[in-house]
Design a protein around this ligand. Structure first.
Ligand code: IVH
Length: 676
């Protein structure tokens, strides 16, 4: 073999190896630049020697031209569906049925797998080479999507290792991870393109593209979970070993899969995975339980379209259909009007939902919702419920289109919608009672002045009885005044006054954030505080000076200048300070601080302090505290329950300390005294 040919083969091996590491094993492999260089080199050789190129070359994932349509594929063995179990009782009944049928009292081994919410797909490998990909279709015939599946990097074009049957049909699920879905939708939204309702629809839509160059741009993955037809070789004798074998052949398998024993094992797996459902990087709609032993599977056989030896234990649905009764507009702290859907109550994502957000008028227009429409409501994880689709086919004749009001529903001031912005806003400012109320709720909230026990109800009650008008009034409240509110006991009144007193000792970032200046969130508040070091300097800052602050653009700078240009706002700040709100000096120059230039991430639960306190400590030492882990992260502090961020840190080899390490380290810095 010529040197060049050997070099070519080595390049293919190397790139395939890196793809496997990154896309199948989720391990970090080489820097992008190195990967790109290898790929360029490979393509260079292929340009000189086109006769060397095989379909298994990693350069051959994306086809050149779009297809005219999909041809159909007949499945040699039908792709079946699964029976469902909706409760612990259903699951117990399933296990009992199996035992009865097998005429045995012995505990059965089960393979437990997350039920990925995607599209079932069949891959055909001949002598280890991928030759065809097909959708499940109706179970008997599907569509040939070979060109599209080839673009998915977690699908090997050539199986690794050895010992695969000559013909091997691998089945599994193609899905879009949550992060990729969010990113893709955000991009589409910004460009005014089609937005997908959920990751499953996005995966399905991406796979049904006639132009595989489009599919290649979609963040799809495939996990494999069974074999259809095979010949010319043997396979393991149970599901657990089959999955291990898949792994050795370079096929992606789900990392959560586990073999357990008996009903107890099955139920335990359910509880553990259900608790982690929202933290998984992909959507699952339940768990698939399979009798592990293939010989037992054969004895059990099938009923109509589903195997007797498997069941899907479903999680609560995250999407349901209900009726839109009305749309009301809520006025936020900055005057933004948020359209809120009033719904016929519906059980979704584990709770009964009767309100859902419609975000803003752009979203209302995009969804084209009319009052009385049937709508799809989605509640995934702890995200607030959303209306994601209006079912316009069922629309009642004469149904009224949702439009923004011309006047603020709370104060009657005119409503404006700035050209190019999605948000509709009340122009009333502080004369708008809704804006005042929301501003006060924000001021006392946990991440702002953090006044313990000062909830929404108390804000409302104090405003309604005219006991307070502005934030500064909070610091003149007495226990007697508070006690005079309805349903307020002496003890609670005292507690509230104590909490107000305690909140006077704060930090400049918190105070700035509490003021509720538009687009000044926690991070911007911190950046402003560290840059200027004092509230006086921030009040006096010009737009040009503000633009020098990290992450501050013209918009934020203008909001800050406008805020302090209002004499009332400056007087309010001075009054709050005069009433005793104070903070320690901010480390103005981060260059001299211990952690200056470093980026830290705090994740999981910290039991001896709140996560915000932990962040405050780090900020005082000059660190930047980021919300996500990247190659730029210097250190991660991970308490119990840390999930994807910890995993990412481990993958990237970033140092991680647990809570005990962190407290020890703070103690060494003289920042923490035990018993704090
Ligand atoms: S096994 C005969 N395993 O669920 C066994 N299916 O309702 C059939 N699915 O069409 C499938 N994750 O799309 C199996 N780990 C898993 C699965 C899984 C998701 C889907 C698949 C199938 C549907 C059956």
């Amino acid at each position: 073999m010529s040197d060049l040919r050997a070099k070519y083969n080595a390049l293919i091996d190397q790139i395939t190896h890196y793809d496997h590491q990154y896309y199948v094993l989720n391990e970090s492999s080489v820097p992008d630049a190195e990967y790109d260089r290898l790929m360029q080199e490979l393509k260079g050789i292929e340009a000189e020697h086109p006769d060397w190129v095989t379909p298994q070359s990693p350069s051959q994932r994306v086809a050149g031209a779009p297809q005219a349509g999909f041809t159909t594929v007949e499945h040699r063995i039908p792709m079946l569906s699964l029976d469902n179990a909706f409760s612990a009782e259903d699951l117990a009944a399933f296990v009992k049925r199996l035992k009865d049928r097998l005429n045995s009292t012995a505990d059965i081994e089960f393979a437990c797998e997350p039920k990925l919410d995607g599209i079932a797909v069949s891959l055909l490998y001949e002598n280890g080479a991928l030759v065809r990909g097909a959708t499940r279709g109706d179970g008997t015939t599907g569509e040939d999507i070979t060109a599209n599946v080839r673009t998915i990097k977690s699908i090997p074009l050539q199986l690794r290792g050895a010992g695969w049957p000559e013909e091997l049909e691998v089945r599994g699920e193609i899905y879009m991870p949550k992060a990729g879905f969010e990113k893709m939708n955000a991009k589409a939204m910004a460009k005014g393109e089609k937005v997908f309702v959920n990751p499953r629809n996005a995966a399905s839509g991406s796979l049904r593209q006639l132009d595989s160059r489009l599919t290649a741009q979609r963040p799809l993955e495939m996990c494999c979970y069974s074999v259809g037809h095979f010949s010319g070789g043997d396979l393991p004798s149970n599901q657990g070993e089959l999955m291990a074998q898949f792994g050795e052949w370079g096929l992606k398998i789900n990392a959560e899969s586990q073999v357990v024993i008996g009903l107890q094992g099955v139920q335990q797996f359910y509880e553990q995975l259900e608790a982690r459902r929202d933290n998984l990087p992909y959507e699952i709609d339940g768990i698939v339980y399979k009798v592990n032993d293939f010989a037992l599977q054969n004895r059990l056989g099938f009923v109509s379209r589903a195997p007797r030896w498997a069941i899907a234990r479903k999680f609560p649905a995250q999407e349901e259909i209900t009726r839109l009764l009305d749309v009301e507009f809520q006025v936020g702290r900055t005057g933004a009007l948020t359209p809120v859907a009033r719904l016929e109550p519906v059980f979704v994502g584990g709770v009964t939902v009767s309100n859902a957000t419609l975000h803003n008028m752009d979203e209302v227009e995009r969804l084209d919702v009319h009052i009385g429409d049937k709508v799809i409501v989605r509640r995934a994880g702890d995200v607030i419920p959303q209306v994601v689709k209006a079912l316009s086919d069922d629309r009642l004749p004469g149904a009224k289109k949702v439009t923004a009001p011309a006047e603020c529903p709370e104060c009657g001031s005119l409503v404006e919608r700035v050209e190019g912005e999605a948000v509709t806003r009340c122009t009333g400012g502080i004369i708008c009672s809704a804006q005042r109320r929301e501003a006060l709720k924000h001021f006392v909230s946990r991440k702002a002045m953090d006044i313990d026990g000062f909830g929404e109800k108390i804000v409302d009650a104090l405003l309604e009885t005219n006991k307070i008008h502005a934030a500064s009034d909070i610091y003149e409240l007495t226990a007697d005044t508070v006690e005079s509110l309805e349903r307020m006991g002496k003890k609670s009144a005292e507690n509230l006054i104590n909490a107000i007193q305690k909140s006077k000792q704060t930090t400049l970032p918190r105070f700035l954030f509490a003021l509720g200046i538009r687009e000044v969130g926690e991070t911007t508040a911190r950046n402003l505080a560290t840059h200027f070091g004092s509230i006086e300097k921030i009040i006096a800052a010009t737009e040009a000076q503000l633009l020098e602050v990290e992450d501050v653009g013209p918009k934020v700078a203008a909001h800050v200048v406008n805020f302090f240009a209002e004499e009332q706002n400056v007087m309010e700040v001075q009054r709050i300070i005069a009433l005793g709100v104070h903070w320690d000096d901010v480390v103005a120059s981060t260059e001299t601080a211990l952690l200056s230039g470093q980026t830290w991430v705090v994740t999981g639960k910290i039991s001896q302090m709140s996560r915000d306190e932990a962040k405050d400590y780090l900020l005082r030492l000059g660190a930047k505290v980021a919300g996500s882990v990247s190659a730029k992260t210097n250190q991660v502090v991970a308490g119990p329950g840390a999930g994807s961020k910890l995993k990412k840190a481990e993958e990237l080899g970033i140092p991680v300390m647990d809570e005990a390490d962190f407290i020890r380290w703070l103690t060494e810095q003289g920042l923490w005294v035990s018993g704090n």
